[in-house]
Design a protein around this ligand. Sequence first.
Ligand SMILES: C[S@@+](CC[C@H](N)C(=O)[O-])C[C@H]1O[C@@H](n2cnc3c(N)ncnc32)[C@H](O)[C@@H]1O
Length: 315
Amino acid sequence: MKHSRPSDSKHPIDYSNPKVRREILTRQRRDIWTPEQVESLARHLKLKPGLKLLDVGCGHGYALRTWGRYCLPGGELTGLDRERSLLATAKRFCRRGGIADSCRFVEGDACDLPFKDNSFHVTLAHVVLCHLAEPERALDEMIRVTRRGGCVAVFDNAIGGGAVSGWSNIRTRSIERRVFYDEMYLRMHDGVRKLGHGNFEVGCWMPSWMEARGMKDVDVRSNERVRWVAPPYRSPAQRVTIRSTRERIKAFEPGKFIDRAYYRQLRAGGATEAQVRRVRRGSKREYERFAGAVEDRTIAFASSGQFWCIWGFKP
Ligand SMILES: C[S@@+](CC[C@H](N)C(=O)[O-])C[C@H]1O[C@@H](n2cnc3c(N)ncnc32)[C@H](O)[C@@H]1O
């Protein structure tokens, strides 16, 4: 299936900002899949040397480097992204990882892939479809460019289908306040969809979208990594988490780009001006309490962005 319209994916994450890039495309990636899960997903996706693999929306090339390795030697790895500057970084990372000779990088749109039908054995998209206004268009394209019997795998969020994950020991809100913040959270995600900024429920729909397209052996796994800390921060992993949380607090600039987009999304999702004002005030207070508890070293929290891998094989 070919689409003539370019995709409208004006999501508010500003990848031209190096801080955002470092945070999202490098640091967060360390917390998603454990080495054991990388191995087991490689088996589920039937990766083996000699395959041609496409990473759609490759960013810095995380998925390309992580799962592309299983297609070497002999395989061909292609990273596609619409941001030229990210492709240049991906190229550098792959060179450093010693796999550059097997990689090529292509600028293009996930919803209008510049490849012939049946070009790849494996097509992945890691945390990309949630950013698209029309994720199903990208899925159609991923299936189109994959060979018969080949694997299409989408790694993504499934937010909105269930509760927010993560906990902390300073969450002392009343039930009324918790209901309020849960409502705001759902409204924000509704706003994201309405503004065409993406769809973070994409993982909830993906298995049925794949089934509806006749994909075989559709299956799903979620990540198991939980990043947590509690005093006295005994383990090396906890000490690293506390240290990087302090760095993030120092670097955080309240009221900047992401905040403004968040308030716009809340309004688009139906929150009233008064509710947005309440969120603003509450967020500031919560942030100060959080930062204080990190400084006092009394903080205990878990933050495990839950991600899913959904895959199927083209009939
Ligand atoms: C959250 S990042 C994920 C990057 C990488 N897959 C990873 O997991 O580190 C989303 C990526 O999708 C890319 N992207 C967003 N919309 C796109 C589109 N319509 N076509 C191609 N790439 C797109 C962005 O430039 C960005 O690199």
